[in-house]
Design a protein around this ligand. Structure first.
Ligand code: DHB
Ligand code: FE
Length: 313
């Protein structure tokens, strides 16, 4: 049965009342957004002839998604974080602020207030003795290649099971999360462990929907970064390690060619010694180029709810 009711005065009137157009109070921006969202939902129901059964399944799906705390996990899987990045890239281009190391999505698993140190940090707590030691190092420069001292490089990544500390309560506090301030040559170095790729909780709401789309919920092995320094555009980015099954098939759409990095196995003992190591390790080099700006609003990360943000750090 295909009925068309969207054009009727009754539906138009209903939508206006839903969005509070006929009341004085409330917030104008919210009224405009809700009117548009509900219009488009109604239109979708009409166009795709959504049945009441399908509609109520969706409502209870959203309930469950929230109960599982997975809304911010589903968003990247549906390309929303990537779409926001596409818009930010286009805005940068329009403002002549493009260039530098490309941004990519933050993801939902950042925790504010990680320990901060100068030039070097050890990120892992040493409990995973089977893990491959990683030396993650690089230089932060401006877009002329000049080294930037005192930039804050905030790094977080998963363990060898693909799990993140804080969200995985079995890990120690701030395991695999550190802030490193670059030295006078703009350099930072972290000793850590090579992470594994991340997979959505297999029984969770996100994976349930991905299954219905015939999609997997996996990310390649990756390392997250916030890089900031006064006078420069804040950068939110990640690197994906080359050679992972999912390097170019990331369910969260965060891969960018410039951000795929080779992890290089180093067997040479003299190199190991430089880092105080006594065996082979894997070296990951990520150099970062920041773009200068005098706009304060571009120098900080976007506001969103983050674990422990706003608490004493
Ligand atoms: C998700 C997980 C991540 O580790 C990440 O970086 C991005 C997204 C997720 O579960 O949606
Ligand atoms: Fe991640």
């Amino acid at each position: 049965m295909t009925v068309k009711t969207m054009h009727t005065a009754e539906v138009k009137d209903l939508l206006e009342k839903v969005a509070g157009f006929n009341t004085e109070g409330g917030n104008e921006r919210m009224k405009t957004i809700v009117h548009r969202v509900m219009h488009d939902v109604f239109q979708l129901i009409e166009d795709l002839d959504i049945t009441p059964d399908e509609f109520w399944q969706a409502v209870y799906y959203i309930n469950e998604l929230g109960q599982n705390g997975e809304a911010a996990l589903l968003a990247p899987g549906l390309g929303m974080d990537k779409y926001l990045d596409i818009r930010l890239d286009a805005e940068d281009e329009q403002a002549g602020l493009n260039g530098g190391t490309p941004r990519t999505i933050e993801g939902p698993l950042y925790v504010a207030g990680a320990p901060k140190s100068e030039a070097f940090a050890r990120m892992d707590d040493g409990t995973d003795e089977a893990a491959e030691t990683m030396i993650l190092t690089g230089q932060v420069t401006d877009d002329q290649g000049q080294p930037l001292a005192n930039a804050v490089v905030d790094i977080w990544h998963a363990d060898t099971k693909g799990a993140y500390s804080y969200f995985d309560q079995s890990q120690s506090e701030y395991n695999l999360r550190r802030r490193i301030v670059t030295d006078e040559n703009g350099r930072y170095t972290a000793r850590s462990i090579i992470p594994s790729g991340y997979g959505c909780p297999p029984e969770g709401s996100t994976q349930q929907l991905l299954n219905l789309l015939g999609r997997h919920g996996n990310r390649p092995a990756h390392i997250h970064f916030f890089i900031s320094k006064p006078g420069f555009k804040h950068l939110t980015t990640q690197i994906n390690l080359a050679g992972d099954e999912y390097t170019y098939d990331d369910f969260a759409f965060a891969t960018r060619d410039e951000l795929v990095i080779d992890a290089v196995r180093v067997e040479d003992p003299t190199q190991a010694e430089t880092y105080g190591l006594n065996g082979a390790f894997t070296r990951v080099e990520f150099n970062i180029e920041l773009v200068s700006t005098d706009k304060p609003e571009l120098q900080t990360r976007h506001e969103r709810q983050r674990a422990l943000e706003g608490e004493a750090a």
